[in-house]
Write a protein that binds this ligand. Structure first.
Ligand code: BGC
Length: 720
């Protein structure tokens, strides 16, 4: 009886919450119509374009406030001058910096994605921003893409699941998320003009699903149209992308915002479905959606209905993000804790011959490498942050081992200055000694050390992990490979910590004691890293993209595919001729991967039992379950992954595709049964000729594993 009452009251609460949300929506729609009816043409035009670097006007006469945006996605960017990109030098905008989105993706934790969004959204609300420019969900098509670190990996299902939760978290603060960059912005080389040629099946199966999920499940209130072209039209003018797919097929009722400077003409932006224009060069009144737009409305060349649709969307965004007395929070201890936790859960242990975790009674620890002291919250371009504190890896290790002698040697020098005017570093990171001397010093220091930890990788300068350009090479820069070979020859137990937001070549991995993939971790970098090195946190991250042995092993074989080339008219063309075979979908067929998608080790071990399906034949839904046991001696978490293989298909299909995952926490010896319920969508491919998703009857396999290359159990079923 009590149970029945409990269920009934829960149902009532949910129903009430649903009614309240519907009421609120109806209220906003009513208000939008009332305000729209009172607006003059000038007032309508004013809300559709920028009035400063990051804001658009409201309607002061009707009490409608300005709309303020800010980057995104890893923290709230310091305020810029009204009219200049430079930091305005405020003293109240040093934020909490969160780990990069690749790190969040590597956590494979939906709840954590919500917590990340909620936490950064609280900071955005506090700073009075209506729109936070993120998350980025462009698929990692090449390890060289300069912006991989701002995105969520190579798989559309993983990226979509986490993006949707991040969006919900941000928006729980009445701050709009702005999902970017829509769409096909998968490289920085020629990002402003490159034209992507991609077939529909690939577009729908690989490059759109994360956006769709962020819009439909996440309920995103805004989306950012990309710089690049698709099918001969700039993404900001692209009627197919914005009007047909986003607003038509997906029913998006929010605002489509241009990337900063992504609009190139008035007709294109107006007719293509774009709503708000930012970042165009020149005077604000000359923006394409400003006076030139007004002139075409007055002359009748462009329709007023189209204009009103844009204004409705701009107003809706404004009303949805009204603070209503709520002021968020900034730099709270909870935010610091969130940042540290996300870092600890996203770090991936790639190799461990037993050297990790470090023993608590270590006497001497030698820390090597520039990235042990290099500030990394600044850099990377628009996602660069000014943070209240940034714990370096060196500091984190010192704090975690207060009894040990911790010796630092630079070992290599990138020669790259730390970008940004607000360099927050406890260390002077310039270096004048020659390379040979740095290495000699390190070789001498490691001899009697209990542990040697090399913190290297990429950094956030141009041509590293940075917006605007792609990386020049898949190899680690600054001579690191040769240096690590030399060090590993005397210290084969060396722990290599790779700081990067992209896959890199790790040819020395077998020659060192451990390899830790540590991303960019934000304010709490050193603490999150030390948590994992010391074993205070048992690593549970899994790779959100494949690390191929070399680029030659990957799917992009020709210049046409990457980086593209100019056609006879001078237009930069990129052909996605690998189709749906991106990331593990390619390596599953051709091999060549060093660390596979979904891979990551723990300090404990997990045993998978036998996978079972709830039925032999699937009608609309099917549940696959599998017991998982922690067989080691410490508590830990495992990301159990469900892949589906279509055994009898009329079209080419990948060997398998990720369709479910769960992160499961287990005490030593504990067993839990993990269940995944899938629908027909998990079995479908996109049939471009019919323009619909098709699940063909026949035999399928559910593959359950610890990575894309480590399937532990499988079960067959049929679709009728
Ligand atoms: C970037 C966006 C960013 C915007 C505003 C653009 O250059 O591509 O991701 O949100 O600038 O800073």
């Amino acid at each position: 009886m009590n149970k029945v009452l409990g269920v009934l009251s829960l149902a009532c609460v949910l129903l009430l919450a649903g009614c309240k949300a519907a009421d609120k929506r109806a209220d906003i729609e009513k208000e939008v119509e009332e305000v729209l009816a009172q607006m003059t043409l000038d007032e309508k035009i004013a809300v559709l374009h920028a009035q400063s670097k990051f804001s658009a006007r409201g309607v002061p006469r009707l009490g409608i406030p300005e709309l303020w945006c800010d980057d995104g996605p890893h923290g709230v960017r310091p305020d810029t001058f009204w009219d200049k990109w430079a930091s305005a030098g405020q003293t109240n905008d040093s934020c909490t910096a969160y780990p990069s989105l690749t790190c969040l993706a590597a956590s494979w934790n939906r709840d954590l994605a919500y917590r990340y969004g909620r936490s950064v959204g609280e900071e955005a609300r506090y700073r009075k921003k209506n729109v936070l420019l993120g998350p980025g969900v462009n698929i990692c098509r090449t390890p060289l893409n300069g912006r991989n670190f701002e995105y969520m990996g190579e798989d559309p299902y993983l990226a979509g699941e986490l993006a949707a939760r991040y969006v919900q978290g941000v928006q729980s603060n009445k701050v709009a998320a702005c999902v970017k960059h829509f769409a096909l912005n998968n490289q920085e080389c020629h990002r402003m003009d490159g034209n992507v040629n991609v077939d529909d099946r690939t577009l729908y199966e690989i490059y759109l699903p994360a956006f769709k999920k962020a819009v439909q499940q996440g309920g995103a209130w805004s989306i950012m149209a990309a710089y690049n072209q698709y099918d001969g039209a700039f993404a900001c003018h692209n009627a197919r992308l914005i009007k047909d797919i986003l607003k038509g097929e997906w029913g998006f009722d929010g605002a489509a915002i241009s990337d900063w400077g992504g609009v190139h003409d008035t007709e294109g932006a107006a007719r293509g479905g774009l709503d708000i224009e930012f970042g165009t060069a020149g005077a604000y009144n000359d923006y394409y959606l400003a006076e030139p737009y007004k002139a075409r409305i007055v002359s009748g060349e462009l329709s007023e209905d189209e204009l009103n649709d844009k204004v409705r969307r701009a107003l809706r965004l404004n009303f949805r993000t009204r603070a209503d007395g709520y002021s968020g929070s900034f730099l709270s201890p909870e935010h610091t804790a969130d940042s540290r936790r996300i870092g600890g859960e996203g770090i991936v242990l790639l190799r461990n011959n037993g050297v990790l975790p470090l023993a608590g009674n270590a006497r001497k620890i030698v820390v090597l490498g520039e990235n042990a002291i290099r500030p990394m919250v600044v850099g990377g371009s628009s996602s660069s942050l000014k943070t209240q504190h940034e714990i370096s890896p060196l500091q984190g290790i010192r704090d975690a081992f207060p009894e040990a002698e911790v010796v630092y040697c630079r070992t290599y020098y990138s020669g790259m200055p730390t970008p940004g005017s607000y360099n927050y570093s406890q260390y002077d990171i310039t270096e004048t000694r020659p390379a040979g001397e740095l290495l000699t010093e390190a070789l001498a220091a490691v001899e009697d050390a209990d542990y040697v930890i090399f913190v290297g990788g990429l950094n956030k300068n141009e041509t590293q992990d940075c917006e605007g350009e792609d990386r020049l090479s898949y190899e680690l820069p600054f001579g690191q490979n040769a240096i690590i070979e030399r060090l590993a020859a005397v210290r084969p137990d060396l722990v290599f910590v790779n700081i990067s937001g992209s896959p890199v070549a790790l040819p020395f991995a077998e020659k060192v004691g451990a390899v830790v993939q540590a991303w960019y971790l934000g304010s709490e970098t050193g603490n999150a890293l030390a948590d994992v090195l010391s074993g205070a946190v048992n690593p549970s991250g899994k790779l959100p993209f494949s690390f191929p042995v070399s680029l030659e092993e990957g799917p992009l074989k020709t210049e046409r595919q990457y980086p593209g080339s100019a056609d006879e008219k001078g237009v930069w063309q990129v052909y996605y001729e690998e189709g749906i075979y991106v990331g593990y979908r390619w390596y599953d067929l051709h091999g060549g991967v060093q660390f596979p998608f979904g891979y990551g080790l723990s300090y404990t071990t997990f045993e998978y039992g036998q996978a079972k399906a709830s039925a032999k034949v699937m009608k609309d839904r099917l549940t696959v379950s599998i017991p998982l046991t922690n067989t080691g001696d410490r508590a830990g978490a495992e990301v159990v992954q469900l892949y589906i293989a279509d055994e009898e298909a009329s079209v080419d299909r990948p060997v398998k595709e990720l369709k479910g995952f769960e992160k499961v926490w287990l005490e030593p010896g504990e067993t839990k049964t993990v269940s995944f319920t899938i629908g027909r969508d998990a079995l479908s491919f996109f049939d471009a000729s019919r323009h619909e998703w098709v699940a063909e009857p026949g035999v399928f396999k559910a593959l359950v594993g610890a990575s894309s290359a480590d399937i532990r159990s499988e079960v067959e079923f049929r679709l009728k």
